[in-house]
Design a protein around this ligand. Structure first.
Ligand code: ARG
Length: 566
């Protein structure tokens, strides 16, 4: 069965054809308020002129031609020429059943390959709060693309190459405490690295440059140490990724591109795309290359011959095009890298590497409120500590509210709720806004929070258990107002998911799930399941099943587990 939007658009198309309008009808839109109908079309504004009439008259003509029957209960012409479409109860019931018989819930499937470059921390340092957003926004986009049928290559572009390794090697030789390294590898690496930046002598600075050069030239001792630093980092990153529910297909760090850099710079020089300037090599831009790029050349080789972040990224674009031929590449980083990616994308255009869409999905900065977890003055908060603090807060709530659960179960729920609260506090905001964490707000049981949504789902599952309702959607349409509203809302899931993907905003999905959870609460207050019988009970059982599936699928796309009880 076609989706609701498809069916309605098709009906409208037939009506247009029948009145001799030679035009293709754009898809109908969901309305914001039920008195405007369930869906609305604004096609008459676009088509009136060619039809030599006014939008309102055209709308009246189309309304006349639209069949009232199994699908449409009513059609109204509104305002200067809108068509308001009201669905029949029977159709709503059938449409809901059809949607929930499909494991993809009627979300349109796209064939295509996308590379998603996210998280991408620099190694030998702990992951800190700054890495949270890329990891959770990228992680959610990863799931959205997957769900929409794309072939996803999730690439963790870790910063595993560069001058910091020479410094680390010198620090290692001078200061490492082996026992401390065994105990907490990254903690110890971070300690000696910080010590280097505070205490290194000039001789040590020189030595660090030498060690970096030796590493880059393939010195075996330095390579072995470097590998050890990376391995230690990856163990720590993985434990955070497991907690956050994200995973990668490949982790080609910056080091993977090392060999490709100098040949690339030479080719760019030969092609005349790059030029020497003051001993360095740059890609210059004109006004026509993009807004704000004139006088912002892309630096690809320093005067000392070293390649840069941008050089690696150019090589990375080429490699990805050659390896996966993706239709799209997403880079999920914070706002401070906007210029870098503008330059990178403009450079690829100059090179004629136009085979894929390159999108910079940037996000605003995240900060913590004042207090014991503040991020004031260089006091960087580790991601692990942040998650632990959230879980501890969740545990207090779970102990209080769910005393009937076993200790083990409460620990499990607290981990899921705490981590999810952090994820959701981030994902529910417009990514481009700056986010300030508010512990009380994100843990609240009422409001646009993970606990509220998770609880909304668990409650539906509990009703199914208690009432012995099947987790199956039947074709009985809604009976009262609240049921109708919930039903039409659930039918919008297939429009919401692609919209969130297209805008690279998981917040669009979050906002929708919040609306669903509130509609579920309204439904509880108006519809009794206990004691209801026959058709009415079947319709309600359907709504409970469909709502719980929508919430669990939607939460899953945000990386939040839908618990059975909490
Ligand atoms: N490692 C970089 C950082 O920590 C992010 C890398 C993003 N990806 C890329 N292809 N440049 O800021």
């Amino acid at each position: 069965m076609a989706t609701v939007v498809e069916s309605l658009t098709q009906l409208l198309q037939s009506a247009a054809d029948s009145v001799g309008l030679e035009a293709s009808i754009p898809p109908v839109n969901a309305t914001k308020s039920p008195d405007l109908g369930d869906y609305q079309s604004n096609c008459c504004f676009r088509l009136a002129k060619a039809a030599k009439t006014s939008p309102r008259e055209l709308a009246a003509k189309l309304a006349e031609a639209l069949p009232i029957g199994p699908v449409l209960a009513k059609v109204e012409v509104a305002g200067p020429g809108f068509l308001n479409l009201f669905l029949s109860e029977a159709y709503l019931g059938q449409a809901l059943q059809a949607q929930f018989a499909d494991p993809k819930l009627h979300v349109p499937q796209t064939q295509g390959t996308v590379v998603i470059d996210y998280s991408s921390p620099n190694v030998a340092k702990r992951m800190h709060v700054g890495h949270l957003r890329s990891t959770v926004i990228g992680g959610s986009l990863h799931k959205l693309y997957d769900f929409c049928g794309w072939t996803v290559v999730a690439d963790n572009h870790i910063g595993d190459w560069g001058t910091q390794f020479g410094k680390l090697i010198v620090s290692w030789d001078a200061w490492v405490d082996q026992a401390a390294f065994e105990e907490d590898p990254i903690g110890e690496l971070q300690r000696i690295y910080v010590k280097f930046s505070q205490d290194a002598t000039d001789a040590q600075q020189d030595k660090a440059r030498e060690e970096t050069a030796k590493l880059q030239a393939g010195d075996s001792r330095n390579l072995a140490l470097w590998k050890r630093f990376i391995d230690a980092s990856m163990v720590e990153f993985e434990s955070i990724y497991t907690r956050l529910g994200v995973s990668f297909d490949v982790t080609y760090g910056e080091s993977h591109y090392n060999e490709m850099l100098q040949p690339l710079v030479n080719t760019l020089l030969e092609q005349g795309v790059a030029e020497e300037s003051d001993g360095a090599v740059i890609i210059p831009f004109e006004k026509s290359d993009g807004k704000g790029l004139k006088d912002q050349p892309f630096l690809i080789r320093k005067r000392d011959g070293a390649a840069l972040y941008g050089t690696t990224d150019l090589a990375t674009v080429r490699f990805r095009l050659d390896t996966w031929a993706p239709h799209r590449v997403l880079y999920v980083t914070d706002t401070r890298q906007q210029l870098h990616f503008k330059q990178l994308f403009a450079a690829t255009k100059k090179l004629g590497w136009n085979q894929s869409e390159l999108w910079h999905v940037w996000f605003g900065l995240l900060s913590l409120p004042e207090g014991n977890m503040s991020s004031r003055a260089g006091n960087v908060i580790n991601l692990k500590d942040l998650l632990d603090a959230a879980v501890a807060k969740a545990r207090e709530i779970v102990d209080e509210k769910s005393a009937e659960l076993s200790d083990e179960e409460r620990a499990m729920v607290a981990e899921a709720v705490g981590v999810s609260a952090v994820r959701y506090a981030d994902l529910s905001q417009n990514p481009q806004a700056n986010v300030v964490f508010d512990w009380d707000k994100m843990m609240a049981m009422d409001g646009n929070t993970a606990p509220f949504l998770m609880y909304g789902h668990a409650r539906l599952r509990s009703i199914q258990r208690k009432e012995g309702l099947q987790h199956v959607v039947t074709e009985h349409g809604p009976v009262n107002d609240a049921e109708r509203q919930l039903c039409t809302l659930l039918l919008r899931f297939p429009d919401v998911v692609p919209a969130a993907l297209a805008a690279s905003r998981p917040s669009i999905l979050a906002e929708y799930l919040f609306t669903v959870a509130r509609a579920v609460n309204r439904f509880y207050s108006q519809s009794r399941i206990k004691g209801s019988v026959g058709e009415e009970r079947a319709a309600r059982a359907s709504l409970v099943a469909a709502a719980s599936m929508t919430l669990s699928t939607g939460l899953g796309l945000l990386g939040i587990p839908a618990l059975e009880r909490m």
